[in-house]
Ligand binder design. Sequence first.
Ligand code: NCD
Ligand code: ZN
Length: 341
Amino acid sequence: MNSLTITRPDDWHLHLRDGDMLAVVVPHTARQFARAIVMPNLDPPVTTTDQALAYRRRILDVVPEELNFDPLMTLYLTDETSSDEIGIDACVHAVKWYPAGATTNSSRGVSDISRCYKVLEKMQQHDVPLLVHGEVTDADVDVFDREQVFIDRYLAPVTERFPGLRVVLEHVTTRQGVEFVKESSARIAATITAHHLLLNRNALFTGGLRPHHYCLPVLKREQHRQALVEAATSGNSKFFLGTDSAPHTKIAKESGCGCAGMYTALAAIELYAEVFEEAGALDRLEAFASFHGADFYGLPRNSDTITLLRQAWRVPDVLSFDHAELVPFRAGEMMQWKHVG
Ligand code: NCD
Ligand code: ZN
C-alpha cells in the first residue's frame, strides 16, 4: 500500500504552551488534526473556566486561516479547585489530575485526591472526564514502577469510589496499565503516544545520553512497548491516539537538568502509521486515530479525510523561532510516510 486515506484524526492529549512557542506549534497540529485535547499545565496553570476560554482564544488566534482546528480545553485540578468550576461552559471537555510534582508544571497539582472528592462528584454528575497523569511521586518508588504503583494506590480506588466517572489514563506506558484499562468498565480508557509505541528505554542511552528521548512517564522496557502496540492495534475502542507532544526549547532539553517531553507534533500521524504498518495493522489506524477518542468524548467523528503517501522525507534538525530553537522528534532522520493533505 503506497497511499493511505483516513478520516481526519484528533489528538486527545496535547501540550501547546503559550506565547511565542504557541504560534510555532499550533500549525503543525492543526494541519493534521481536527481537534485536540489541550493540556492545562501552563505556568501559571489553567485552573478556571475563564482562563481556559481565554487560552482557547489565544490558540485560535494563531491557527492559520486556511485550517479548521478546534482546541478542546481542560482544567488543571488543584487541592483548591471549586466544584463550581465544573459544567460552566461546553468548551471545557475534561479536568486533568497531575499528582503534585509528577511532571512539567505540576507543582500546583493535587497533593491528596481526597481533597477533590466534591469536584469529582460534580464531574461524575455532569459527565466530565477525569484525565490522569498516572504516576506516584514518592522518591522511594523506582521511576520505572511509578505508573503501576499509582494505579494500585490511587487510580483503582478512585474509579471504585466514582463508578460513573469517565477516566482516561493518559499516556499509558506499561503492560499493567493496559491490563487495568482492559479489565475496567467501559468508562475507563487510555491514550497512547507515538513515542511510547516506537521506543523502549534503551533509546535514552543509545551511544550516549539522549535528552530528546526523555519524557514522562519515562520510556519503559521492550515488553511494555509491545503491550502498548498490541493494545493500540487491537481494535479495542478503549485505546486512542494522544501524542503528548510536549515542546521544550533546545536549551531547556539539552541541559544539566533537562525538561521532560518530546516534540512529535511535526509528524505525528506519520509516526503512528509506521507503528501500525510494522504491526501489520494499517487498516486499524483509522479507528485508533479518528473514531475511538471521539466516541469516548461523545463528540461526532470528523467527516473530512487526510492522506498519507509512502514517501521518504527528512525531519529537520531544528525548528528556529525568534531567539529559540525546538528539536523535533526524529530530528535529522528519515520518515517513511508523508502527510500530504
Ligand atoms: C509534559 C510537558 O512537558 O508538559 N512532559 C512530558 O514529558 N510528557 C507533561 C506531561 O504530560 O507529563
Ligand atoms: Zn502530557
